[in-house]
Design a protein around this ligand. Structure first.
Ligand SMILES: Cc1cc2nc3c(=O)[nH]c(=O)nc-3n(C[C@H](O)[C@H](O)[C@H](O)COP(=O)(O)OP(=O)(O)OC[C@H]3O[C@@H](n4cnc5c(N)ncnc54)[C@H](O)[C@@H]3O)c2cc1C
Length: 417
């Protein structure tokens, strides 16, 4: 007989720990938290730089310190945990199959699930990287793991592709270790990283940033030896005569994180533009017992935001377990309008069961002096001025419950007015 839980949380990073703490505090104590790795924390464990925890702990911590503080919070809340345990399946009968290291396969039954499995990195194949596939081509997360957790120095000369925060932070980390970072190449005409990271991670180390550039060839086997990049025009076509060659032994790909949703995909739960499952304002999918939060839903810049989202999902799942949250009826669809890449949530349940509607979204491009307008059908219900909007910065907007009116679609858009 499968052991029964009220709530199973899959993934023990910031979001999963936030979900567990909030659900426990809401009175749900029959919880099982399952983590694939031997310790909790997820991405946090490999991020040795500081900048974590400003909102939650009111101090700036390294990733492992932040993970330690979160784990301390669990000690006051006794519930079941499984570490070194990989969830391989969640069935539509609400059964969870787990491979537990050293013990074999276990099956559990649950009233509700919160999926907090984080994200994976876009690979060389996903960006159609041309040329040889010699050793030395690796993802930034892998590199972080080797350097920070294993202590391997695997490179002497590096070219980084991708100028998001992960690429920028890796440029600084490698430079501090005495590894030569020749350049950062970015396909877009702008960096998708924070301005302060460009200054602190590239400018301070004299590392050039080549915007509107892409890799056109990689040469070398068994280890790579040379990488070519070339400039692109505004139609993303290569401009002849702009090739630059770098003699490097490592090409580090920092080309984006994607929500890891294999377990919800298996259940046929659709995904949205964020590449995470479609959810309503309760972080509830079309299966009323299946909730999602953190990077598994959309990519978060800040661990605090992933933690707070986990908390919200934990509270909503608790309501569901206590019979106080019904199956979604999706009263209002939420749609990204002009200039917006994606919006979370994807649907709203009205009347809202919270005082404010929290909208999270990313702009498609860099904008200056624009307004974010929230409309229900043709009625503008909310406007806010932003001197700057960047795709690299998640915007979190709170709209008061009483501003919501009846309609079909809630639209979030960038506007001049
Ligand atoms: C390089 C880098 C730098 C960053 N810098 C900062 C910063 O300075 N400040 C800041 O606040 N934030 C920063 N962030 C963002 C922040 O770390 C993340 O947004 C946040 O930690 C994501 O938490 P999560 O719980 O959603 O995902 P994760 O941390 O990825 O956790 C997911 C967990 O699920 C587990 N899991 C996955 N699949 C399964 C399965 N099938 N069974 C069991 N367990 C499973 C994983 O092992 C993992 O532990 C950074 C992120 C990166 C990548």
């Amino acid at each position: 007989m499968a052991k029964k839980y009220d709530l199973i949380i899959v993934g023990g990073g910031s979001a999963g720990l936030g979900a567990a703490v909030a659900a426990y505090d809401a009175g749900i104590h029959n919880i099982l938290l399952i983590e694939k790795e031997a310790t909790f924390g997820g991405i946090l464990n490999q991020c040795v730089h500081d900048g974590f925890g400003v909102h939650l702990f009111k101090k700036t911590l390294t990733g492992p310190e932040y993970a330690h503080y979160l784990v301390e919070m669990l000690k006051e809340r006794p519930f079941d945990i499984l570490l070194s345990s990989n969830v391989t399946d969640i069935s539509d009968k609400q059964e969870v199959t787990v491979f537990v290291a050293g013990q074999g396969v276990m099956l559990f039954k649950t009233k509700a699930i919160i999926l907090t499995t984080g994200s994976y990195e876009r690979s060389a194949g996903a960006i159609n990287l041309p040329g040889d596939r010699g050793a030395g081509i690796m993802n930034a997360g892998q590199a972080q793991y080797f350097l920070n957790l294993k202590g391997y120095e695997f490179a002497k000369d590096v070219l980084i592709v991708g100028s998001g925060d992960i690429g920028l932070i890796m440029a600084r980390r490698l430079s501090l270790l005495g590894i030569k970072v020749h350049a950062v190449s970015e396909i877009m005409p702008h960096s998708s990283g924070l301005k302060r990271n460009i200054v602190q991670c590239l400018d301070d180390f004299n590392i050039p940033l080549y915007l509107s550039h892409k890799v056109t060839d990689v040469r070398g086997k068994p280890r790579i030896e040379e990488v070519d990049i070339a400039e692109l025009d505004d139609k993303f076509e290569i401009i002849p005569g702009t090739t630059k060659t770098f003699k490097v032994d490592t090409l580090l790909l920092a080309v984006g994180l994607i929500p890891y949703v294999a377990l919800s995909d298996n259940l046929g739960i659709p995904t949205s533009k964020s590449r995470g499952p479609v959810v309503n304002n309760n972080y509830q999918t079309q299966l009323p017992w299946f909730f999602v939060a953190g990077n598994a839903l959309h990519i978060h810049d800040l661990a605090d935001d992933a933690y707070f989202e986990g908390e919200e999902a934990g509270r909503a799942a608790s309501l569901f377990i206590n019979g106080k949250l019904k199956a979604p009826t999706n009263t209002l669809q939420v749609v990204p309008g002009y200039g917006i890449n994606y919006v979370i949530p994807n649907n709203l349940e009205l009347p809202l069961n919270t005082e404010e509607l929290v909208l999270k979204f990313r702009p498609k491009e860099n904008y200056e002096n624009k307004r974010i307008v929230v409309k229900i059908d043709d009625t503008v219900i909310f406007k806010k001025f932003f001197p700057f909007l960047f795709p690299s910065e998640l915007v979190i907007l709170k709209v008061k419950k009483e501003l919501l009116v009846a309609g079909e679609k809630l639209i979030v858009e960038v506007s001049d007015e």
